[in-house]
Each structure stands twice: as C-alpha cells, then as structure tokens.
Ligand binder design. Structure first.
Ligand SMILES: Nc1ncnc2c1ncn2[C@@H]1O[C@H](COP(=O)(O)OP(=O)(O)OP(=O)(O)O)[C@@H](O)[C@H]1O
Length: 233
C-alpha cells in the first residue's frame, strides 16, 4: 500500500496560478494520515486528483503513484442524500451483502439509532455527515479520503468515531483533511502539512502520534508534533 507524488504540479484550466507546485511525498502502509494546512492551499484539489474525481479534465505534471490500492473513495462534508425515503432505508439500500452487522455496529458507534426514521433533510449537519460517512465505510475501498467528513460533530463523539474507524478498518489507508490541529496531531500517523503559498513555503511531512484506544498518549510528544506543524506553516 503506497501513495507517492513526485514533483506533482497542477493548475486549474483557465487559471494562471498553480495550486500544487512541485509536490513530492510518500505515504505507506495502512492507517490514518492527514492533509493539513491553511484554507485555500490545495488540500481538496490534491484529494480529488488522488481520487481522480475530475477524471480526464484534470491534467497534472509529475507523477502520482498508487500501489496496491485499487479502490479509492472520496467523501466530503457537504454531500447530500436524496429525500425520497428515510436515512435508515438509504443505509439499507447501500449495504452490500454480508455487511449488515457492520452497518449496525457503525450506527451504534456513530450514535445514529434515533434518526434512522427521519429524512436526510430533517437531520442536523453533524448527523447528516455521520450518515454520509457510514455509506462510504460500508463500501469496498483501499483508501478512503475524509475531506472534513466529520465537520459539525462534537469533539467527544468525533474521537470515539475516529478510534473505532482505526480499529475496525486497520488494514485500510485513510486520508483525513481537517483544520483541527490537535486532532490531526493526535490521531494521524503521517501528516502532510501545506505551507502558506503567499510565503512560498513548501509542504512538509510531520509524524503524528497515531493514538489508538489502547495507547497511552504522551502529551509532551503531542505538543512537539503540534509545534512542528505550526513551524511548518
Ligand atoms: N474548480 C476550480 N477551478 C478553479 N480554481 C479552483 C477550483 N477549485 C478550487 N480552486 C482554487 O484552488 C485553490 C485551492 O482550493 P482547495 O479547495 O483545494 O483548497 P483547500 O486547501 O482544500 O481549502 P479549504 O481548507 O478552504 O477547504 C483555491 O485558490 C481555489 O480557489
């Protein structure tokens, strides 16, 4: 399992300014990794290139190498489900054979039992994002990109959800995009930090604490990771 960029460049069609400039990094092995940086630096653009969301319309310079990851899914926080039925029915419809028990387990962990009879538009933003993320976790994937997919979910529940995902999907790779410095430093293994383009700062790879439920968190090391990220900005 490997995600590697070598001197990647990307400019949107019709634009003069490169969003991604000479980016090189490598992420290996399953686990929770992150893209972190100020708003507008190109995290979503890179995520979409990796997931090939814009298909042939996207032309990049340099190399993007993806090894042993056949299925890459991209989830984001503004996705909406149609309103023709309840969210419970939607989840039933997208649950592949054999994944019924996983669906129930995720619904419990994500604390969604009480909203399964409601339509998507009747849910809060955080509830909508949680239902949406379950849809993805039920599918077959090797790499799942979470582009602010847990936005509007309170910190305590987000922590339970992230820890459960890390445990239940230990053989998958995740790319977590979030503006939460503590969360990214605490839960992620490799953190690709985007420096401010206006200051011509490049990207840096920082090692996070990769915290799991059964680990003892070293607060000093967590502080050092956060400091390293802030210095890389
Ligand atoms: N479809 C598009 N066409 C042209 N420019 C775009 C397009 N999408 C994004 N951009 C530009 O690319 C730059 C990077 O945007 P992107 O969404 O990748 O940033 P981001 O780091 O994910 O930001 P945020 O943290 O605010 O979500 C921005 O300047 C944005 O205006």
């Amino acid at each position: 399992m490997r995600l590697e960029c070598n001197s990647l460049n990307f400019t949107y069609p019709g634009s003069e300014i490169a969003v991604i400039k000479n980016l090189s990094f490598s992420m290996e092995n399953p686990g929770f990794n992150a893209l972190f940086g100020p708003s507008g630096v190109g995290k979503t653009s890179l995520a979409k290139i990796i997931a090939n969301i814009n298909g042939r319309n996207i032309r990049c310079g340099g190399d993007l190498l993806i090894n042993n990851m056949d299925t890459i899914l991209y989830s984001y926080n503004l996705e909406r489900l149609p309103g023709w039925s309840s969210t419970g029915n939607h989840l039933n419809k997208v649950t592949p054979p054999g994944k019924e028990a996983l669906k129930k387990q995720l619904i419990n962990i994500f604390e969604l039992n009480d909203v399964l009879g409601s339509r998507f538009s009747q849910l809060s933003m955080g509830q909508q994002n949680r239902i949406n993320l379950i849809r993805y976790l039920l599918q077959k994937f090797d790499l799942l990109i979470l582009d602010e997919s847990l936005a509007n979910v309170d910190e305590k529940l987000r922590e339970s959800i992230i820890l459960a995902i890390k445990e239940l999907f230990a053989d998958k790779m995740f790319l977590y995009i979030s503006h939460n410095l503590i969360e990214v430093s605490k839960f992620c293994k490799q953190i690709l930090v985007f420096g401010k383009q206006s200051e011509n700062k490049g990207c840096f790879m920082v090692n996070g604490q990769d915290y799991r439920a059964d680990y003892q968190l070293d607060k000093k090391k967590l502080d050092l990771t956060m400091l390293e990220i802030m210095n890389a900005f």
